[in-house]
Design a protein around this ligand. Sequence first.
Ligand SMILES: Cc1cc2nc3c(=O)[nH]c(=O)nc-3n(C[C@H](O)[C@H](O)[C@H](O)COP(=O)(O)O)c2cc1C
Length: 213
Amino acid sequence: MNRRDFIKKTMQTTAAVVGTAALSRVAVAAKEREKQKMKILVLTGSPRKNGNSNTLADSFIKGATEAGHEVVRFDSAFKNVHPCIACNSCGMDGPCVFKDDFEFVRDNIVTADAVVFATPMYYFGISAQLKAVIDRFYAINGKIHRPKKAMLLMTYANTAASQAKPIESHYKVLLDYLGWQDAGQVIASGVWQAGAVNGTPYVEQAYKLGKSL
Ligand SMILES: Cc1cc2nc3c(=O)[nH]c(=O)nc-3n(C[C@H](O)[C@H](O)[C@H](O)COP(=O)(O)O)c2cc1C
């Protein structure tokens, strides 16, 4: 082989090796992304469609969707979810006597990698609409003690951080019980009217939380 052919051959081989390595890096990166893609169930609790907690939920979902995650949303206040009546027919891990919209939560929460609770503060607690959904976890209790991430988006009118404590501690105890891990919280104080949260840093915080997953 003359010198010219030798150089040509060497360059072709190098290009092929580099090309293969680059291709496999792309394949690995794609696989990694696919592996990290999460299913996120967002449970909202406000009856105000354009209210503050729904705005935070929208922003979170935008970020999470842009990050490539699958998001499913359940707007409790616009669904038919009967409160638990403690009949114990489910035995904490079986069919519920009520065949209502909770079926959607049942179908999606078990396979979700992360669950988001987006709620207004109502008398220092989670809204009744969202609480009714959480109480119905009773019927799937045996299926949801699995590692999951969880997040809290909460809005309230007062500005005292101490008044957020009951919801924060409810959320924490619930997670400890279920074995879920807190992945972030946005606690928006001082927002009363629907839309008051717009223009505050909380909206961006919710977006970044979704994007960071
Ligand atoms: C029934 C009810 C109870 C409320 N209780 C509280 C409360 O205990 N503390 C507080 O700071 N704000 C309270 N608020 C105000 C809401 O938490 C606040 O307006 C919140 O931003 C509403 O969120 P949303 O727009 O997502 O519905 C209450 C509002 C309603 C309608």
